[in-house]
Design a protein around this ligand. Sequence first.
Ligand code: DU
Ligand code: SF4
Length: 226
Amino acid sequence: DGIRELDARVSVCRACPRLVQWRESVAVSGRRAAFADQPYWGRPGPSFGDPDAEVLVVGLAPAANGTNRTGRMFTGDRSGDWLYAALHRAGYASQPTSVSSGDGLTLTGLRIVATVRCAPPANKPTTEEKATCAPWLDRDLELAEPRLRSMLALGAIGWDAALGAARRRGWAVPVPKPRFGHGAEALLVTGAGRRVRLVGSYHVSQQNTFTGKLTEAMLDEVIARL
Ligand code: DU
Ligand code: SF4
């Protein structure tokens, strides 16, 4: 089916030379000491979750020792610990942790997608890399569109990526462009007239969760609006 084919095709993409070099060099010779005995995925992270999702979570990009190690979105890093715990509290995730691709976790009603699917140096993809990876997001949106109810954008980059993908699909998007913020909302309308709620959240990265800029209560509150 479409989702399986998309995931298979994404996982062998080599379109961004800088990111291919980085993801593979981390996997081969840059492994974190704690994981030095593990094989690393070292490839793009495909979307993860329910193929029939009504909700999409739009992330930024894989972490070098997280998804780039485990092959699953938000898996094996602190950001994922936060996200999956919250998704479990909200009833979307079958368990509160996501440790490895073999841990049995499933998501119901929700799918996690990313703006850029290869780990970028310093977690910062370039403008060109975001544009190069956008067709994969577009395809995820296209496949989700018939059932889609809402999207949670993590951070300003996820917010911009979701709005960009919606515009490229020809959806009605408010003008001027809705501003990102924690709890920001925009109403998007698909070509078929389906209303899709876009909700913004501060990213679940350690910079936000360690400092208290994003609390569990704040995350639960935006997830409840999906
Ligand atoms: O076993 P599978 O149907 O090919 O699913 C692949 C992958 O997707 C598995 O790791 C669980 C996840 N998944 C999910 O989270 N929610 C679903 O409804 C179906 C599959
Ligand atoms: Fe391909 Fe996206 Fe990875 Fe670039 S970031 S190589 S477009 S999967």
